[in-house]
Design a protein around this ligand. Structure first.
Ligand code: GLC
Length: 600
């Protein structure tokens, strides 16, 4: 009897507690909306259009624009950095923030950056495997931790908004951005999108969290023939089933922003696609955050129609600022763009700035600077490297390598170059071909593990044919965006290895040397011949700064865990308009199925 009374009372307290917490949440949201409305009411049209404008910190007159044109956000991309040290980066952004706070209404700035695998624009930050490698781990706890560290190191360099994660579903390895996405699997993408947004945003108001951005809405990875910004020919049902669900998950996780995509869908540019941006995303999915344009959208996609489609913030860069501000003001005065549309955009911008706590804490926390690239962060990155590796072949148990092995020869420039192992969006937009601060190479990792002789034969010309094992590291050079599109005039990218890298493998295998090949690439490549020639073959994707983590698996300290996030092509003729399980030409048989991966 007494127990029942206690249980009853306990239930009452729990119910009261729950409803109080729920009521508090509701009242916080009501309070937030009241603050937004109160501020919106005071704003002039110029101030509202200013909030919709985003400029680069190094643009001429950036400081004056913030003061006089009421700029709402600043972006850092390829170009002059704010300085060498994180202290200098913070100092520059604090300077700009003070300009914004000195305007009539003192609305603080958002600072945005493409931190897509760590705070990769800052040399010395922890650089994680690109998302394709995280897709191979399929480990949401790990992705959550990585996002938290990326947010912290982004805040430490002065940013409160990252343009990540890319939640594309790539359907053609010819696309230059396959590696920015998690997987061809919608289910894996949904799972890791949720973890990434939770990790980046937390409750948004902490000094170590940032606004995340789900991108690029929608169909960026499913264009015909894998052309960046190309035409995505899909039925509404296919878009609904394969491409929209990661955004549904992102919106459920309260993602702060969604970025519009360069591609068109069935002939309509995504930046002008009102049905998908406003009707589907904003109304249908109840997305209450910011829709941000991609690069220089005003002049690329009929700017006024971009605003009318539902885009709230435009990257008014490369000379677009005045055209945008004057053009939009005129369009509002001529009622081509309604004040309701402008108010919807500004409401969303202010809402996220209040949620970030920017009005109370507009400046970055300087104590975070000492946490950039610390060992604890690098250990998480190394764990991600280990778990991302996929073992495709291991004849006669070549792996794990004995630490007592007498003589190893390591071959290939990718074995000893942290820029080459990290891919695009590393230090520079297009990545680096040099070693960069804080990173370790694959060769360094091998030397740490092996007790015998480790020789380095960069271009397979030193003929160490008496080695007990040749470890040949080959793959792609770094690239970003259309520079990675296979077939694009800007590059010589190809679906197979370069002749030079094919020769590295031939040189050692034809001499009968036991050979392990490690592939560094942003996508599956057609390497059927090279796999047949070698004794063991590992897909390492784009591991980032902790290259020495690879050897910890090769020498058996850890087992392989990675599974293919993409089906692996057999032949270059496999590529037609689209490539992937949902669009496959059913007569195609991949070399390895999605989800394949061997273990010890
Ligand atoms: C680029 C990319 C986008 C990036 C933006 C800002 O063109 O498409 O992913 O966030 O511009 O650099």
């Amino acid at each position: 009897m007494k127990t029942n009374i206690v249980l009853y009372l306990l239930n009452c307290f729990l119910l009261i507690g729950f409803s109080c917490k729920n009521e508090m949440k509701v009242s916080n949201e009501i309070l937030l909306e009241q603050k937004v409305e109160a501020l919106l009411k005071q704003m002039t049209l110029d101030e509202k259009i200013g909030q919709m404008s985003q400029i680069r910190h190094f643009e001429e007159n950036a400081d004056a624009h913030i003061l006089e044109k009421f700029i709402g956000s600043v972006i850092h991309t390829q170009g002059p950095t704010p300085g060498n040290s994180a202290k200098e980066w913070q100092k520059r952004f604090i300077e700009l923030q003070k300009k914004a706070l000195a305007t009539r209404l003192g609305i603080p700035l958002l600072f945005g950056v493409d931190a897509v695998h760590g705070q990769n624009t800052f040399e010395g930050a922890t650089i994680f495997p690109h998302n394709i490698g995280l897709g191979a781990t399929n480990n949401e706890e790990l992705v959550y931790e990585i996002a938290k560290i990326t947010a912290l190191e982004s805040q430490a360099t002065g940013f409160n908004w990252v343009f990540s994660p890319c939640v594309a579903i790539p359907y053609n390895e010819k696309w230059g951005r396959v590696y920015e996405a998690f997987s061809e699997s919608t289910a894996i993408t949904e799972k890791l999108t949720k973890a990434s947004i939770k990790g980046h945003q937390g409750n948004l108001a902490d000094a170590t969290t940032v606004m995340a951005t789900a991108k690029h809405f929608v169909g960026d990875g499913a264009t015909d023939y894998g052309v960046e910004g190309g035409e995505t020919t899909l039925s509404d049902a296919e878009i609904q089933r394969y491409l929209l669900s990661p955004y549904k998950i992102a919106v459920q996780e309260k993602v702060a922003a969604v970025m519009a995509s360069f591609n068109s869908i069935n002939g309509i540019s995504m930046h002008n696609h009102k049905a998908l941006i406003t009707d589907t995303l904003k109304i249908g999915m109840k997305f209450d955050g910011i829709v941000v344009s991609d690069w220089k959208a005003y002049s690329r996609f009929n700017g006024i129609e971009v605003v009318n489609a539902g885009v709230d913030v435009l990257m008014t860069v490369d000379g677009d600022l005045n055209d945008f501000q004057e053009g939009l003001k005129k369009a509002v005065q001529e009622k081509i763009v309604s004040t309701e549309r402008i108010d919807d955009a500004v409401r969303r911008i202010l809402r996220q700035k209040f949620r970030l706590g920017l009005f109370e804490n507009p400046f970055p926390d300087t104590t975070l600077i000492s946490k950039i690239g610390i060992k604890k962060h690098r250990e998480i990155a190394k764990k991600a490297v280990r778990e991302s590796l996929v073992l495709l072949k291991n004849d006669n148990q070549v792996l794990p390598i004995s630490k007592e092995i007498k003589k190893i020869v390591v071959v290939g420039e990718h074995a000893n170059n942290t820029g080459l192992q990290s891919g695009g969006w590393t230090v520079n937009w297009q990545g680096s071909t040099e070693n960069y601060k804080g990173a370790t190479t694959i060769l360094e990792g091998i030397k740490k593990q092996a007790k015998g002789t480790v020789l380095y034969d960069k271009t397979a010309t030193e003929n160490h044919f008496d080695a007990d094992l040749a470890i040949i590291v080959v793959g792609e050079i770094p690239y970003a965006e259309f520079f990675g599109d296979i077939g694009h005039e800007s590059n010589q990218m190809q679906l197979t290895l370069t002749e030079q890298h094919q020769q590295y493998i031939k040189t050692y295998t034809e001499k009968g040397v036991k050979t392990l090949v490690i592939l560094i690439s942003g996508r599956p490549l057609v390497v059927t011949n090279e796999i047949n020639k070698s004794n063991a073959f590992v897909a390492a994707w784009l591991p980032g700064s902790e290259g020495d983590g690879i050897a910890e698996v090769l020498f058996g300290d850890y087992n392989f865990k990675g599974k293919l996030p993409h089906s692996w092509p057999n032949d270059v003729t496999d590529y037609k308009q689209k490539y992937g399980p949902n669009f496959w030409d059913k007569t195609l048989k991949p070399l390895y199925e999605f989800g394949f991966g061997k273990t010890y």
